[in-house]
Design a protein around this ligand. Structure first.
Ligand code: SF4
Length: 717
């Protein structure tokens, strides 16, 4: 493998040689069995979700690598099946080990020089014809902080494009927007995850950690837990109380809970007076959501509304948590705000041991949204339209602030503008598979096909890579150094423990080679990139200035903000003040409104989508791991299945206004009879995102993955 660390001051010739370094054989080499570099054991973290479970890799006696859970606050030694099997992808036979270029309609192996030359020539040609915004970049919430930062810098400095966004827009953006509105800053959990375990009452809205991040369940005591979910998920079955609202009615439910808190005298008036603003406007809206009205709309019994408020209000330490179930709606930001309002009325945020938090999903969902791969953002969670932020970051990057592009458009808007008149003609994708994960995926797929240049950097031939003009094989988790920021805002280390297969480069090496070729040399060394990120983030809301690799190693992680070397980091935020100009949290008045698409005579059912235990995101990695069970399915209540004349395992076709998908029935009494569920990890005929509605939240621009209107028919003969 070629590993290069270009000098920042290197001239164009040196950069050119970096572009062509590692010009490996044209034939694909089979990955060797993964082995640790000179170590019997090595400590790191799981490559998948935001819990970032700690693990120890061991060199096995037969070659290859085995994985054990390691004690850490988030996972207490536990791993889920995705973590246990994570090493299986390192030497997977489908691992990409050489670049691919499209030739005569087919992808064929190529050397790095040919592949990168083709990318650079394509970028230059598009820029000549369409200007800098003719080339777009799409990133991912699984990229390390260093890669997310380098991608944003690459877009703004090397490409000079404003067209950059990432798949986190599909994941956490509504909670991020609601957090910014209320608290002035967005950190998913503003407290350590151990506070959840110590809480006397937890309200969990739209999350199913028993399947999505099982070790998190160690922090949930069933007798102290209330779950809000339209499905009786394994998490809901643990809870003392399960509220099962009609899909798309969470916001009304939150207004009803606030109504009950007000009318039963449970509002913490002293806290509201001292630490918040805007309660009166919220109170007048909640007054209209009396319990019987809420029960009629949501299906949640009045008694359960009272019981939920009673539990939260009488607990010494109470926590409200939201996740994708609340967020992935065209009103997701307002829905999260409604639950934040409830938490504020009860006096929870900023009270030690209590609070409001969002459960982040992707591995670096938190850090990935802080350092510049979002359309409106510069590193350190700075706004790209803020002149002071532009001046600070431009100085770190050595460019004129006037040369930095302005804000671009959100992920779905970017994807659907591709190849249109005035839209980008080229796209570079890092760490994402939008052909499977984007809503209304068929429309997105057709836009990708319309591009003049599609470049995908990935470890396997994902569904998006299959459409590419150039595919670049990149290193994966155990083959690279870097940092991630977990769901608590704790910065942790990812370590290079194994050599990538020959012919594979890191994303940072790819970005450095392309940046250099485009006249904007940068480093491929993770530590150098992180040190630059620290300077770029200094003074920003997500301030990493005082965080070093050495501190992270010595302290087992450091919580941001951490503005200096002698700062302890910030495990608990808001204890004294919120990050707003006046230091007070803001109530935000929000109104319930229907889903963008409600069932009707033609499409009489609700379709909702989500994740399952064995799969991660678009499934590009986990679907390839033989030890992980599963396959697509359509979950139906037995009553609905009976009406449709289908049984367990029978194929059914689900149709929405976007298209159709077919998968076998999985019968479950855990789902409402008016609702069907599909996991979104699968491609082809069973792709759930062929069906989903891309109605966007007006604030976060998050699509409405969680609810649309559908009909289901038997696909038997
Ligand atoms: Fe832990 Fe998430 Fe990895 Fe499972 S996928 S082992 S819950 S980090």
């Amino acid at each position: 493998m070629s590993r290069t660390t270009p000098d920042h001051n290197a001239g164009q010739a040196a950069v050119r040689s970096d572009l062509h370094a590692g010009n490996t054989a044209l034939s694909a080499s089979k990955p060797q069995a993964a082995s640790l570099i000179g170590m019997a054991t090595a400590d790191t973290h799981c490559p998948y979700c935001a819990l970032q479970c700690a693990m120890t890799l061991r060199a096995s006696a037969h070659g290859g690598v085995t994985i054990d859970g390691r004690d850490f606050p988030t996972n207490r030694g536990g791993l889920c099946q995705k973590g246990w099997t994570a090493a299986d992808l390192l030497d997977h036979p489908e691992r990409l080990t050489t670049p691919l270029v499209r030739d005569g309609g087919e992808l064929r192996p190529a050397g790095w020089a040919e592949a990168l030359d083709q990318v650079v020539a394509g970028i230059r040609a598009i820029r000549r014809e369409h200007g800098p915004d003719g080339v777009a970049v799409f990133g991912g919430g699984g990229l390390t902080n260093e890669k997310a930062y380098a991608l944003g810098r690459f877009a703004r400095v090397a490409l000079r494009t404003r067209m950059i966004d990432y798949n986190g827009r599909f994941c956490m953006s509504s909670a991020a927007a609601a957090g910014m509105r209320a608290f002035g800053v967005d950190r998913g959990l503003p407290f350590p995850v151990t506070d959840v375990a110590a809480a006397d009452a937890v309200l969990l809205v739209g999350a199913n950690p028993a399947e999505t991040m099982p070790p998190f369940v160690r922090h949930l005591a069933g007798e102290r837990l209330v779950v809000v979910d339209p499905r009786a998920t394994p998490t809901a079955r643990l809870a003392a109380l399960h509220l099962q609202p009609t899909p798309g009615t969470d916001l009304a439910l939150a207004l009803g809970l606030l109504h009950v808190a007000i009318t039963t005298g449970r509002v913490d008036a002293a806290y509201v007076r001292r630490r918040t603003t805007g309660f009166e406007a919220v109170r007048s809206i909640a007054a209209q959501w009396w319990p019987a009205r809420v029960e009629r709309l949501t299906g949640v019994p009045v008694a359960d509304l009272y019981a939920t408020v009673e539990r939260l209000a009488t607990a010494r330490r109470a926590i409200v948590l939201t996740a994708r179930g609340a967020e992935q709606h065209a009103k997701g930001t307002d829905t999260v705000s409604a639950f934040v309002n409830l938490a504020l009325a009860l006096g929870l945020p900023g009270r030690p041991g209590s609070g409001y938090g969002c459960l982040t999903g992707q591995g670096n969902g938190q850090g990935g949204r802080e350092h510049g791969q979002k359309a409106d953002q510069l590193p350190g969670y700075r706004r790209i339209d803020d002149p002071a932020a532009r001046a600070h970051v431009a100085a770190v990057w050595g460019v004129d602030p006037a040369d930095l592009p302005g804000p671009g458009v959100s992920g779905y808007e970017l994807l659907t503008s591709l190849g249109t008149a005035g839209g980008p003609a080229g796209l570079l994708v890092f760490g994402s598979n939008p052909v499977v994960s984007a809503p209304g995926a068929a429309a997105v797929e057709s836009r990708l096909r319309a591009l003049d240049l599609l470049v995908v950097a990935d470890v396997v031939r994902s569904e998006t890579a299959e459409l590419a003009d150039v595919v670049l094989p990149v290193a994966q988790w155990a083959e690279e150094d870097g940092t991630l920021t977990n769901l608590e805002g704790r910065v942790i280390r990812r370590r290079r423990l194994a050599d990538p297969p020959p012919g594979v480069r890191t994303d940072l090496e790819v970005l450095a080679a392309l940046s250099g070729a485009l006249g904007a040399p940068t480093s491929a060394d993770p530590r150098t990139v992180f040190d630059e990120l620290r300077r770029a983030s200094a003074g920003g809301p997500a301030d990493y200035a005082g965080i070093t690799y050495e501190r992270v190693d010595a302290e087992g992680g450091v919580f941001w903000p951490c503005p200096s070397a002698d700062h302890q980091g910030t495990p608990r935020m808001f204890l004294d003040a919120f990050a707003t100009p006046d230091g007070r949290a803001r109530f935000v008045p929000v109104e319930h409104r229907p889903a963008a698409e409600e069932p009707d005579a033609e499409y009489p059912l609700y379709l909702t989508t989500g994740r399952v235990l064995s799969q991660y995101q678009s499934g590009a990695q986990t679907r390839r791991i033989a030890a992980l069970p599963g396959g697509p399915f359509v979950e139906l209540h037995p009553d609905l299945a009976g009406r449709l004349g289908v049984g367990d395992g029978d194929p059914v076709t689900v149709t929405t206004r976007r298209g159709t998908a077919t998968a076998p029935v999985r019968l479950s009494a855990a789902i409402r009879p008016d609702t069907v569920f599909m996991p979104f990890h699968y491609a082809g005929a069973a792709r759930a995102n062929t069906l989903t509605n891309a109605a966007l939240d007006p604030v976060s621009r998050m699509p409405e993955f969680k609810v649309c209107a559908a009909r289901v028919v038997s696909a038997c003969g």
